[in-house]
Design a protein around this ligand. Structure first.
Ligand SMILES: [Zn+2]
Ligand SMILES: [Zn+2]
Length: 199
């Protein structure tokens, strides 16, 4: 009835343009993998990515992949409401692959956790410069109800770099989880990016 009235007075109700729809979907896509954002995280500079994609990017650079501002890992916030929104916008077929991706991320999150830690165990540790290094557990410190603290020694560095890190910290992973991959490493005291390795 309302439509009819409008057409009588020569006004056509504006439909949502297809380009608007496209824009809406584009906003829900991760700028790194270009897929619908899975496990969305918001960085301190206000950009959103898949948690997995941002973590992979941070192995190589601590800057935001979009605006290049420095990202402080601990200030990135998970956005569950965006996850629900993204999911609600997907077709049935997209939902299938989205669930599959979520499962792969959960598996990856599980695999990078340290398990059955003990003194003398080799691990991967993210140093304060943001580089994954081979390290060794020198001491395990009981922390009551909470996760134990680990006294970590970086292999090949003197003990002044040793650190005490919580066992569940994102800065620790099983040996080789990161360091076996072609990631930035130290050479002669400076950080060498993947593109430089082997040159
Ligand atoms: Zn992504
Ligand atoms: Zn940014």
């Amino acid at each position: 009835m309302f439509e009819k009235l409008l057409s009588l007075i020569g006004v056509k109700r504006q439909r949502q343009e297809p380009s608007e729809n496209k824009k809406k979907h584009k906003r829900c896509k991760c700028p790194i993998c270009t897929e619908p954002i899975a496990k969305c995280v918001l960085t301190s500079c206000g950009h959103t990515f898949c948690e997995y994609c941002l973590e992979q990017s941070m192995i190589y650079s601590s800057s935001c992949p979009l605006c290049r501002k420095k990202i402080i890992r601990t200030s990135s916030i998970p956005c569950k409401s965006i996850d629900s929104y993204v999911y609600s916008q997907l077709s049935d077929k997209q939902k299938e692959s989205y669930v599959l991706r979520m499962r792969q991320i959960a598996k990856w999150n599980e695999e990078k956790k340290l398990k059955n830690t003990k003194v003398g165990m080799k691990i991967d540790a993210l140093d304060t410069e943001g580089v994954w290094c081979s390290a060794i557990i020198r001491l395990k410190i009981d922390n009551g109800e909470k996760d134990p603290f680990l006294y970590v020694h970086y292999a090949g560095w003197d003990s002044s770099y040793d650190e005490v890190i919580s066992e569940s910290s994102y800065r620790l992973a099983p040996a080789g989880f990161y360091t076996s991959k072609n990631i930035p490493k130290y050479r002669m005291g400076s950080i060498v990016g993947v593109n430089d390795i082997g040159n």
